[in-house]
Design a protein around this ligand. Sequence first.
Ligand code: GUN
Length: 290
Amino acid sequence: MQLLDGTACSQQIRQEIALEVEAIVAAGKRPPHLAAVLVGDDGASQNYVGMKVRDCEEVGFGSTTVRMKASTTEAELLAKIDELNSNDAIDGFIVQLPLPSQINENNVILAIDPKKDVDGFCPENVGNLSLGLPTFVSATPNGIMELLRRYEIETEGKHCVVLGRSNIVGTPIAVLMSRNTNPGNATVTVAHSRTTNLKALCASADILIVAIGRTEFVTADMVKDGAVVIDVGQTRVPDNTRKSGFRNVGDVDFEQVKDKCSYITFVTGGVGPMTRASLLQNTLKAYQRR
Ligand code: GUN
């Protein structure tokens, strides 16, 4: 079994981006600038946004965190998005999800200028992705593809099972894995909560991408010998033995599954850092396009 090291890979990507930023600044231009909107005080979201801002600092990007209270109305958030859309100093921005229940996520996504939508969530960017046109590929699927690319994992002709059909991960990764690209060219099955015979289906996968949001859902009997397993899940569960009071648990039972795999990601240092590195790549792209 080889661990797919997202920490090391993302470090490499950040170094590549930092070099590009150095060249931009040396040419007398301003560096790229990312803004992140954080609504409410969800601990995990605060942590993610904090890490995204630190990543910006590391590569030399400018960054702005827009904090809004949990009681923010949809109209207030939409007004803030308008402001960010027209702010020339900001190349790209994200609105961290999930949002408080009084706000409709789709309305928010629809309000973001596609040219600044570095999450790749809005219809124009999702449409371009399905058509194979230049776009912002959303960060998690892009991070997974980058991990497969950098480890030179063979995907052509392989059976890839994607567990989960979310707009953010399952659906776009299924599109990317089936495209005529490398990595890609896989035969993809999208499985979800209503799929029958799920265990057997997963056990037939050469590549299993798990984004179902259920802790330790994938057990050893669901994994074929020699499979590549990518665990996107990351759920905080209470843990009194930790200073933080919680630990992150993936969608894959890593201890049970690891010895069956050719390659596997771990819940920490796997897909998460790759997702953040992809956001930096998209922000640089947004900057270069302007
Ligand atoms: N919440 C979980 N993942 C993401 C992501 O990639 N982008 C945003 N904006 N929110 C998220």
